[in-house]
Design a protein around this ligand. Structure first.
Ligand code: ZN
Length: 478
């Protein structure tokens, strides 16, 4: 039985909007289009994500810093392709009180320019590098498209890391390290994704090349959940990030940057949620287990004491666990924690106390298991691992089922006009005109080619029929 008016398979967006509202992930009633409140239940997930990623950043030599929200117009215009790429989405501060400003400021759509202006003042010699800076902050991009909470916001939270290196090889290594940081994180979130090198025309403005992490959603569209860019010397030449090499000669820094945002929360919700609510992967869950007392008149005390004892035992083992003693029915609590996606529910009633056992219920499969109280921590450990495995298997199958190989234009057209097109893998000549055709006719995008893996072509370009140069992925996107 579904607690939502629409199920995820028949109307993903209706289900999604319902779930983020009812699970109190986001409240959109701010009267600022595309800028919402990230509620406590959503923020707790974001906090977990931040902790996990921050640990990976620190382990790999990144330092956190904070740069200003306001960016002088002249910085943003220095790198012209970068500027042109962001102009339509940039909000400007032009006035203070009644006075027009002589120099206007952009609300940061991303921080390359202000950071690199500073890097130029910090870097003098090869010994000042590698410089690896991460920033946790908000971003403002006032695009004209439809906004959708967490999927497409005008203001959102993110992490952006920006690095400088003394050689192209080292920058290339950094690109790979960013892929390990993001890839291992997405794996921990049990998300399905493909790593795709974007085509030239869709490269980040100012970058040598861009790599994106694309996640399929149940409505057959793709969500970009992170990006890595090899900037080479494009920005460092403009911002004068110049350094002296060991041999005394001079060069410009080789740079990379990578970012991901609260969109990952939307991906976790969309991929794992079901007709009862969220399913949060154990690694990410703010609460991994909730203890719910099953109370009967006259037998409350024994049950409450037992719950408290189990709470202490589980807490001591290091699990994130909650004991809900609110004055609400157990049925209400079951529904509530299913809605919030807590991986395990521990039920304790009078009969369980007598048998010195507890009932553990899995959120993902709804399986109920009775276990001896003494074995509770071992069982929790096993079940959290099983849930993680189950969610990873679901994600893997979902990704595999999302990809369709297409050889001819007729097949391409048939697939793209389906209600859920998913990812189309096909041969492409790499001409922009073919990409434009896909965009205009089907409102879909050529995402690019699989990174680090040369896939074998199996025919001509399915769009124009000319000789193909690579195997590309096409999909509708957010
Ligand atoms: Zn073509």
């Amino acid at each position: 039985m579904s607690v939502f008016s629409k199920n995820k398979e028949e109307n993903f967006m209706a289900w999604y909007l319902d779930i983020v509202r009812r699970a109190q992930i986001v409240d959109t009633r701010t009267e600022v289009k595309g800028a919402n409140v990230l509620m406590a239940n959503g923020y707790e997930i974001w906090d977990r994500m931040k902790n996990v990623l921050d640990g990976k950043f620190k382990k790999t030599g990144h330092k956190n810093m904070y740069f200003p929200l306001l960016i002088p117009e002249k910085f943003l215009t220095l790198e012209s392709t970068h500027f042109e790429g962001f102009v339509p989405e940039v909000g400007w501060v032009t006035k203070v009180g009644e006075r027009d400003l002589e120099e206007i400021y952009a609300l940061r759509p991303t921080s390359e320019t202000i950071m690199y202006h500073m890097y130029a003042q910090w870097i003098r010699a090869y010994t000042d590098m590698p410089l690896k800076v991460n920033q946790w902050c908000n971003i403002i991009r006032i695009d004209t498209k439809d906004t959708k909470p967490l999927l497409r916001d005008r203001e959102f939270q993110w992490t952006e890391a920006h690095t400088c290196h003394s050689s192209a090889e080292e920058a290339e290594e950094q690109v790979k390290q960013s892929m390990w940081i993001y890839g291992s994180f997405f794996d921990e979130c049990c998300l399905p994704y493909i790593i795709v090198k974007r085509p030239k025309h869709d490269t980040f403005p100012g970058a040598l090349y861009s790599v994106a992490y694309d996640c399929p959603l149940p409505d057959g569209k793709s969500l970009q959940i992170g990006t890595t860019h090899n900037l080479d010397q494009g920005f460092s030449k403009v911002f004068e990030i110049r350094f002296q090499k060991a041999d005394g000669s001079h060069d410009y820094a080789y740079q990379t940057c990578y970012g991901l945002s609260t969109r990952v929360i939307a991906a976790v919700i969309g991929v794992h949620g079901d007709s009862r609510g969220l399913i949060i992967p154990p690694f990410l869950a703010p609460m991994q287990a909730v203890i719910v007392p099953i109370l009967f008149k006259g037998k409350e005390e024994k049950v409450v004491n037992e719950c408290k004892e189990v709470l202490e035992t589980v807490k001591k083992a290091g699990y994130r666990v909650l004991y809900d003693d609110k004055d609400k029915t157990s049925g209400w609590k079951f529904n509530e924690y299913e809605l919030l996606g807590v991986p395990l529910r521990i039920e304790i009633g009078p009969k369980d106390v007598e048998k010195e056992s507890v009932v553990v219920v899995r959120r993902d499969t709804k399986e109920k298991i009775s276990v001896k109280k003494d074995n509770i921590n071992r069982t929790i450990n096993e079940l959290l691992e099983k849930i993680t495995d189950e969610l990873k298997t679901r994600a893997k199958n979902f990704l595999e089922n999302s990809i369709t190989d297409v050889l001819t234009y007729e097949e391409l057209e048939a697939q793209l006009t389906l209600e859920k097109a998913g990812y189309i893998r096909t041969n492409w000549c790499t001409d922009v005109s073919c990409s434009d055709h896909i965009k205009e006719k089907f409102k879909a995008n050529i995402l690019g080619t699989k990174y680090g893996e040369e896939e074998k072509m199996f025919g001509n370009c399915s769009i124009c029929g000319n000789e193909a140069k690579e195997v590309a992925y096409i999909s509708k996107t957010y």
